[in-house]
Design a protein around this ligand. Structure first.
Ligand SMILES: [Zn+2]
Length: 263
């Protein structure tokens, strides 16, 4: 039998002591949620085809507000089902906060690149974080009343506020802090994986931030005698020969692997 869907690994996952999951770009919010359909607000709809910087920013404001206020989603249902009753931890390189709106155990998720739930100063003049939801609501209300697109200013220095997320552009100014508690839980959890039957599942991670979990997962698979490693990616699925005995690289879009509908 050809094994190429998550459900084909259910038995193996259920049989493991611990399950470690990494979630990357292929499962980012804008790839699993069609914002153009999901956000029906006419003001947002009118921004869709505009390519100027202001319109792009305003679209992001609507999309981030949508993500922050969304109810629990069943998008990751298949993953939740195979993890049912298991001791697991999930790490993601995405900055959309999406995993916090699934049914996964929130205290077993860490998102070191941010969740979009805070703003920070773009200077930055200090380490202060500002809850994003109020600011986003203000920007939307103002835009819908006046048709004008605004930005938020740092109350301390007047420079622009930006989302507290780690991207290629913001990596040198990204304020760490919001995720540090969950990161501490994660590293503590990892210490317990030694000599355990560990199932490592890496979904849709490319080479944007390989030091976050792509390389560490390979290392863990190599050093842990009882590890099993499954890597899924539409093009970057290859695994090194050192871990060939323990692992498999599946050439597939992670959305298909998890049975998530998309265009
Ligand atoms: Zn500032």
């Amino acid at each position: 039998m050809k094994r190429n869907m998550l459900k084909d690994y259910k038995e193996q996952i259920q049989d493991a002591d611990l399950v470690l999951v990494g979630i990357g770009r292929e499962l980012r919010a804008d790839r699993v949620i069609d914002f153009k359909k999901a956000i029906t607000n006419e003001h947002y709809q009118n921004l869709i085809d505009k390519e100027d910087e202001d319109s792009k920013w305003m679209r992001t404001v609507y999309e981030r507000e949508y993500l922050l206020s969304m109810k629990e989603t069943d998008l990751f249902k298949e993953l939740e089902e195979v993890l049912e009753g298991k001791e697991y931890f999930v790490v993601t390189s995405n900055d959309d906060g999406l995993l916090y709106h699934t049914h996964l155990k929130k205290d077993h998720v860490t998102a070191p690149c941010g969740n979009g739930d805070f703003f920070q100063c773009s200077a930055p003049c200090d380490e202060q974080l500002y809850p994003a939801n109020l600011g986003l609501r203000d920007l939307i209300d103002y835009y819908e009343k006046t048709g004008k697109i605004e930005y938020l200013e740092c109350p301390k220095c007047g420079k622009q506020l930006i989302f507290n997320v780690r991207t290629e552009e913001t990596k040198s100014i990204y304020i760490e802090g919001a995720y540090l508690n969950s990161w501490a839980s994660y590293t503590k959890w990892l210490q317990n994986t030694l000599n355990k039957k560990l199932f490592i599942l890496e979904l849709g991670e490319g080479f944007e931030v390989p030091s976050l979990f792509r390389w560490p997962f390979e290392k863990m698979a190599f050093y842990n005698e009882k590890a099993t490693f499954v890597r899924v990616h539409h093009s970057l699925y290859q695994i090194g020969k050192e871990i060939k005995e323990k692992g498999i690289g599946i050439k597939m879009d992670s959305r298909d692997f998890l049975n998530i509908a998309h265009e």
